[in-house]
Design a protein around this ligand. Sequence first.
Ligand SMILES: Cc1ncc(COP(=O)(O)O)c(C=O)c1O
Length: 429
Amino acid sequence: MVKIELTGDGGDKDMRVPFPAKGRKRDDILAEMRGMKAGDADWQHGRTPLYVFKATQEAYDMGRDAFFEFFTENALGAKRAFTSVKRMEDEVVQGALDLLHAPDDAGGFMTTGGTESIIQAVQTCRDWSRARRRDAAHRGNIVVSESAHPAFNKAANLMDLQVRRIPTAPDLRADVAAMEAAIDRDTIMLVGSAPSFPHGVIDPIAALGAVAQRRDVWLHVDACVGGYVAPFVKELGYDVPDFDLGVAGVSSLSADLHKFGFCPKPASTVFYASADKARHHGFEFTDWPNGRFATSTIVGTRPAGGVAAAWAMFQHLGRPGYRDIAARLMAMVDRYKEGVERVPGLKVCGKPHLSIVAFGADTVDVFRVSEVMAAKGWVPGLVQKPRAIHRMMSLIHADSMDEYLDDLRAAVGVVRQEVGSTAKIQATY
Ligand SMILES: Cc1ncc(COP(=O)(O)O)c(C=O)c1O
């Protein structure tokens, strides 16, 4: 059996730590925790290629304060006990529907992350498809580009669906014709990404929408990364293809607040283009002693802080604030791409639309370059196809940009001089 290393698996079984025999002072505990952090990657200075997102310090403080204002409340009780949380959740969803050009009949929900949004969109699509086909017995399949996030496989594993991963076109975007050719009578969903995680390119959503309409299948747009930044990048005049709920043929869309919405974790959203589809989202059960149990998330209890902070962030930044951050972000990305390509031999993969950029090289092994960079504290971000160095950047990467590019140039120089060294590192998300 494959041994999978999982966070939270309890660690090394030979080094069991006993349950604390007595309590300790708060200050000692906090000091120990801060000490533990000393060994972590220095995300504040852009050393992590993913995991952490930040806009301005002011926005960060707003999110943190709003989160702790609702630290104790439970969003599970939003309808019955915490009307404040219900109002904020509704307003986040409505604001996002407006931003994403949703039809009047559209609906949406907050969730705790991109994976949960995707799992729920797949479940909603499956149940909608079953209701229409009236043959619940068939095993549905989902046609995705190979660059789609593994969350679609996770969803399919949970629901016993099949995933068909189709190689990308030469420009690293979804190959629409090949995806259409993979559709059969059991296909329930097509997926496009805006943008894809590996290459940062926005798939041709309008063309996928046309296929979805012609072949009568559901199109999900995974805008977990781009949902809350691409609209503003587009407004600034950058080349951003249409990708949102205004595109004909799009049935659902996931967009993460805790990525480029710059909201504290956990917070994401999932939307449906019509009420007829949205009504299959959610879970309801009454056949137990406590009566009606209805939730719109996979999890039950969930932090109201995530809802409150997302609401506060929309209020704080508004359209001008998000546009301003998008402008600063894209200026930084342009500087990054230029800096990378100024290093002889390095080339950006495809034409990334937002702030995920991958670059490769023909004459040096970039995995080996990444190992040399890792020794200087830059946590590796790698793509295995094509072999590339990968970063999903926010404004935390701005201040250390020159240092990164200097270290990159030096690392490429080191690797060019090496004889017989081969990279041991593997691409790991
Ligand atoms: C394109 C895309 N979709 C979905 C996800 C999953 O999001 P989460 O980690 O919030 O579950 C990610 C995460 O990076 C992503 O890049």
